[in-house]
Design a protein around this ligand. Sequence first.
Ligand code: NAG
Ligand code: NAG
Ligand code: NAG
Ligand code: CU
Length: 406
Amino acid sequence: MRFSTLSLLVLQAASTCIGLPSSSTRDPVIAKAKAELEVLALSALQKTLKAAKGGQCTPEKIKIRKEWGALTKVERLEYIQAVQCLQAKPSRYPASLAPGARSRFDDFIVTHINQTQTAHYTGNFLGLHRYFISLYEQALREECGYRGTQPYWDWAKTAETGLSASPIFDGSATSMSGNGVYIPNQGDIVLGGIEGSKLPPVYLPAGTGGGCVTSGPFANMSVNLGPIALDVPGGGPQQSNSAGPFAYNPRCLRRDLSDAVNQRFANASSIRHVLSQETIANFQMIMQGIPGSGDIGVHGGGHYSLGGDPGRDVSTSPGDPAFYLHHAMIDRVWWMWQMVDVKKRVYGETTAVAGTRTFLNIPASGETTLDDVVDFGYAAGPGRKLRELMSVVEGPFCYVQSCPDR
Ligand SMILES: *[C@@H]1O[C@H](CO)[C@@H](O)[C@H](O)[C@H]1NC(C)=O
Ligand SMILES: *[C@@H]1O[C@H](CO)[C@@H](O)[C@H](O)[C@H]1NC(C)=O
Ligand SMILES: *[C@@H]1O[C@H](CO)[C@@H](O)[C@H](O)[C@H]1NC(C)=O
Ligand SMILES: [Cu+2]
């Protein structure tokens, strides 16, 4: 009895998923995708609550992660203040290891930089980032008194509303800050040049900003680390700090919001397409974009619709605080995919995980297994096996992610 009342509450709090007319969109493909996504989200929610029944993470304890727009303004301010608190707390890295790390916020950037080549286009990509986001959320809570959960950025929503009009990026005091100052005549962004491969480049239009962020709570924050591999408008070589990956290099946060990139690569239909993949190998590959295909996937779509510095730098990208909203959505999509077939997609030794231990297997490396360890050094811990990171209601986790609200 108690269980069912509580699950009902969770379901209600998670907002209505089905039964209401699906959004304002006129595009029938997008409208259909949205309706299907809502069904998948609701089903994932129900199955997760059921799965939580027997374990340590009981339905009473489950925390609900919400879409940014579904938070009240007070909740948004609490999240923002916690992030600013993390940016004001001293780093735990010894200065000899990471002289550029000046805060606890920076600690997470350091470990992400250090693992770039072994955490993207690898078998551990999803599990590692799930743990990374969760430890950041935990730091906000335990070190900065935050009482809420990690919010997510639903790209399908911003694809419809436009980024600058969304509560995430409208530049208000309750946003994650807005666009960068407009820089005219920026050339295209040219992606490609993955070392060791000979793939055709991808051209992305520059966004509508490009300069320093001047509005909202993160207007004056300092990006201290990187760049490592920053794609710049107009093509040309990626920028990197010649003083080294962990050197101190304070600069403004730049953004170059691009609705075109958001709409093309991370709309509702793109998310639906990712979720329709049968194997983990295809799921994670389509999500990140098949190199050379011209498609950067919803993962690239989110990163490159933020743009700027460090938004276009795969290594340093957690230096933009919106990173965590983006990756919470990545995690949410993975969770929705996992819950379609829990036995295979959460627990299967060879069906829940696929891929090697190096970026596109360059240089060649062994297959990832569920016994591989994920470790974030001085940033946060403890190190854990990938197998502990597969279910959102087991191991260190106890959360669900609500349905998209309209
Ligand atoms: C980067 O990772 C290596 C290997 O795990 C480790 O020895 C080194 O201390 C790390 N460096 C930083 C700055 O975290
Ligand atoms: C940023 O710094 C400028 C100059 O010190 C100040 O006028 C402005 O209020 C600050 N903005 C925020 C959001 O802190
Ligand atoms: C939505 O995304 C899909 C796949 O990413 C893409 O093929 C399609 O063109 C996009 N739709 C719009 C309206 O841009
Ligand atoms: Cu990453």
